[in-house]
Design a protein around this ligand. Structure first.
Ligand code: ZN
Length: 110
């Protein structure tokens, strides 16, 4: 059983939450001015790290608010949850398999 701490409601079972992919994605400010490759990268290219990953979750069966989770994909350990607009906390996952591992994805726009 995975427990997730909603920043507003506290710790609950993961069955109350829904996962919505990578966090901190920025929509191009002028979509009409980007080419198809840039738009496609915004829509579809996502990190798939083995290690720390910043994710968007929603407390679907609770307060229905969005928040972010910093989770290690190797063991599902959740290092932190934080409200949208807050900076992700600096954490040490204990090795070098951290946040930047997703950059090995050739389709990654960053
Ligand atoms: Zn909640």
């Amino acid at each position: 059983m995975l427990l997730i701490k909603c920043p507003w409601c506290g710790t609950r079972d993961m069955s109350e939450f829904s996962y919505h992919g990578e966090a901190h994605l920025l929509r191009p400010p002028a979509p009409a001015e980007v080419d198809d490759a840039q738009w496609g990268a915004y829509l579809f290219a996502r990190k798939n790290p083995k290690g720390l990953h910043r994710e968007r979750w929603m407390h679907a069966h609770g307060c229905r608010r969005w928040f972010n989770v910093l989770r290690d994909t190797r063991d599902d350990r959740i290092y932190a949850t934080y409200r949208p607009g807050d900076s992700p906390p600096d954490v040490d996952a204990g090795d070098d398999n951290g946040e930047n591992n997703g950059d090995n994805n050739p389709g990654n726009p960053t």
